[in-house]
Ligand binder design. Structure first.
Ligand code: ADP
Ligand code: MG
Length: 731
């Protein structure tokens, strides 16, 4: 076979890549687990016993670090790290854009002419990256352009292994000198405090005197695609934008649905096992793995953890998967929609609350009081989602996620809550003040009202719901696969905290008139059940009827990021975030601006990348083929005495088709450029974002149509880009 293109050469070589090294780890999971984290075991080993206890208690109680032990802790951490081949440390944090940030510093110091390795408490507790190049959404123009990072002791320090020694990573927050949060984690931590305070009010009302705080727990299910790295190297669109900006639909897509939960290929399994092993060392309890719906789409989920730790771990999962994929000659695609016409990837955020005694507050209890308390938390969450559906929508808005939401694969942009049949019935009965008729053993007597006892019920599922109650937790399913989960959890916590405050106040007011707690609580939640009723939806969220119904219910349905972001700065939502001390006005505005800039930039980059692909790869290939066809037609015409014009109509038509696609592509490119130029004239950022949502997204969609068509008519041997049928099916 005559190989013509690099692409074809690559395909021929892939078959030889399939060999897998077999290397069964000798260490059990429990032996590997957390070896690269400065966990309680390492602390106990490297710290004097009193200091160990102080640090442990600080962490367990979520308190601030006792500064008197910072030097000892830093020294112990350094000794531990050096024993594992570490040379450098970094404050590891989550700036407003991008995933995580790090700047490495060595432990090296020169003291009195002697070179030694030292790590001072001050360096552990506080770092000073050059903050000026991190986005601040304008908030730093008003004050000093510097910020510092601060250790968050509640998330354990860990070691990232490098090829020549490790790096000690200290999970940190990033704040300006005037105290404004410059990162994603600070507001998350504040929201966790807020919800703890509010939830404690409820626990005390129900007579709980032992719990000292309430923690938010999250477990994130992460979806991703894997393709051979060689394809990735041949596609600048994947490298630069994370998604294919061009690509004709393959003859077989995911129609056969034969991939979901199917058997995992050995090559992929080897990758998964290596990634899990790395994650175990970092103390990330990776628990489940499986195939997803689309070809070469997969999912990984860890056991849940406290929200800030869970968010850190999700970042680690994304980083580790990327790194290990690379080692396996694979490319990990985290984009929300890497392939058009094929399911995209998201992140299910499982969310719940637990008290400091370890009780899950969204797990229905055994006694009537526990059941009633459960109902309070349930109804508070309903109310929160109802009141702030637009803010939740904002929290998951991105250019990538816009391609996925509502595309029959992911929840729509309409946020609603699914509760399942049983809970729906219970809430409806409370609303009607009706006694439930059910078998006697299902009945709990609340004094004034009889309700079915609430059993944990995992069987009732609605996969189409963006916000579903799944037994003992809620699952927010609309987060994009590449995004951080921090903001979504931050706004969710703030909104639920606020609802808990309202409900607690209502109950206290009611208790002034009546001493019957159960009665008062029921009448309070009844009001909120009625008020929040429009947010409940049990049907098919993908259906057209739901869109109409949601409109009647006045639920927001904001499809485009350029519009969705506005919810962040609406007076109602600003008041919520400020009231709950999660973000102040400056911080809100800085996030708003950053998000808009990020959105615009990512679309500008897509346009630029497409232009480049078209001008340097697609058009030259098409024009060269057009030339060949033209030559052929000309030559045929020269011999018209022996070959009639009718008999080479096919060649002529092909030439016309190629020519018209080239023309179409050129016109669409010109149109895209004109629109980008027009956008540049818009100074007002929110307006500009809307222009991008309305016009640039459309122009980008239009420009790929002729490009995709060309792929299907140009000779396979000449086509410069790996095709969907290859990337998705040949590994
Ligand atoms: P699914 O059927 O949705 O995959 P799983 O039981 O596998 O449900 O749970 C998915 C995720 O939910 C896991 O990360 C799990 O740890 C997490 N999860 C379970 N319980 C809780 C909880 N109480 N709080 C937060 N996350 C939880
Ligand atoms: Mg799930």
């Amino acid at each position: 076979m005559k190989v013509k293109s690099v692409r074809q050469e690559v395909l021929l070589n892939l078959a030889t890549n399939g060999k897998i090294d077999r290397e069964i780890p000798t260490n059990s999971v429990t032996h590997q687990f957390g070896v690269n984290t400065f966990d309680e075991k390492a602390m106990r080993e490297f710290l004097p016993i009193e200091d160990y206890r102080k640090l442990r208690d600080t962490i367990r109680k979520g308190e601030k670090l006792d500064m008197s032990i910072s030097n000892t802790v830093a020294h112990a951490m350094k000794e531990w790290a050096i024993s594992k081949g570490v040379t450098h440390f970094t404050h590891w944090f989550q700036p407003q854009t991008g995933a995580t940030a790090e700047k490495h510093d060595s432990f090296l110091e020169v003291d009195d002419g002697n070179v030694l390795e030292r790590f001072r408490g001050s360096k552990l507790v506080q770092g000073e990256p050059d903050a000026s190049s991190f986005p601040s959404g304008g908030s730093r123009t008003t004050f000093e352009a510097r910020g510092y990072t601060m250790w968050d002791p509640s998330s354990p320090a860990f070691i990232i292994e490098g090829p020549r020694g490790g790096i000690l990573c200290i999970p940190s927050v990033f704040i300006s000198y005037t105290g404004e949060a410059l990162d994603k984690k600070t507001p998350l931590l504040r929201s966790m405090d807020a919800i703890s305070k509010s939830a404690m009010k409820i626990l005390r009302i129900f007579g709980n005197t032992s719990a000292t705080r309430v923690i938010t727990t999250i477990g994130t299910e992460q979806e991703y695609f894997l393709i051979d790295k060689t394809y990735y190297n041949l596609r600048s669109d994947l490298q630069i934008t994370g998604r294919t900006l061009q690509g004709a639909a393959p003859p077989k897509g995911q129609q056969l649905d034969d991939h979901y939960f199917g058997s995992i290929k050995e090559r992929v399994l080897a990758f998964m096992q290596d990634s899990e092993s790395e994650l175990y060392k970092l103390g990330v309890p990776a628990k489940t793995r499986h195939n997803e719906v689309a070809p070469h789409q997969y999912e990984i989920a860890p056991i849940f953890a406290e929200a800030n730790v869970g968010a850190d771990r999700n970042h680690l999962i994304m980083e580790v998967l990327k790194k290990v994929a690379n080692r396996h000659g694979l490319a990990l695609l985290l984009h929300e929609k890497p392939f058009e016409g094929v399911n995209g990837s998201g992140k299910h955020n499982n969310w719940s609350l637990a008290d400091s005694d370890g009780n899950n507050l969204l797990d229905p209890g055994k006694t009537p009081e526990q059941n009633l308390q459960f109902l309070v938390f349930l109804v508070a969450t309903l109310r929160a989602v109802y009141q702030h559906a637009d803010l939740l929508r904002m929290s998951i808005a991105s250019a990538g996620n816009d391609h996925r939401l509502g595309a029959n694969e992911a929840p729509p942009a309409i946020v609603s809550v699914f509760l399942g049949q049983r809970l729906t019935q219970i809430l409806d009965n409370i609303k009607k003040g009706k006694q439930t008729k059910a078998a006697e053993d299902y009945i709990i007597n609340l004094g004034i009202s009889k309700l079915p006892s609430i059993l944990r019920d995992n069987t009732d599922r609605n996969r189409t719901s963006p916000f579903a109650f799944t037994g003992e937790k809620f699952e927010f399913r609309a987060i994009g696969s590449s995004s951080s989960v921090s903001l979504a959890n931050t706004v969710l916590n703030a909104a639920v905290a606020d609802s808990l405050d309202v409900i607690a106040a209502d109950i206290k007011k009611g208790l002034k008139k009546s001493k019957k707690l159960n009665e008062v609580v029921l009448s309070v939640i009844k009001n909120h059940i009625i008020e929040a009723e429009p947010i409940r939806f049990e049907g098919n969220n993908y259906s057209k009827e739901w869109e109409k119904e949601a409109e009647k219910r006045k639920l927001p349905n904001i499809k485009k990021t350029g519009y969705a972001l506005d919810a962040l700065v609406s007076p109602k939502n600003c008041k919520l975030l400020i009231r709950q001390s999660v973000l102040n006005q400056t911080e809100i505005e800085s996030r708003y601006n950053t998000k808009i800039e990020q959105y615009i930039t990512s679309l500008e980059i897509e346009a630029e990348t497409f232009r480049d692909l078209a001008n340097t790869k697609i058009l030259p290939t098409a024009i060269s083929y057009q030339g060949q066809l033209l030559d052929t037609v000309k030559k045929l015409r020269d011999v018209e005495d022996i070959i009639s014009a009718d008999s080479y109509q096919g060649e002529v038509q092909l030439l016309q088709e190629v020519t018209s696609k080239i023309q179409d592509l050129n016109e669409k490119l010109t149109d895209l450029s004109a629109k980008i130029e027009k956008a540049e004239e818009i100074e007002d950022l929110p307006k500009k974002a809307k222009f991008f949502s309305d016009k640039i997204v459309e122009a980008l969609q239009a420009v790929r149509v002729p490009a995709d068509a060309l792929e299907t008519i140009l000779p396979d041997s000449d086509w410069p880009l790996p095709k969907y049928s290859e990337m998705l099916f040949i590994m």
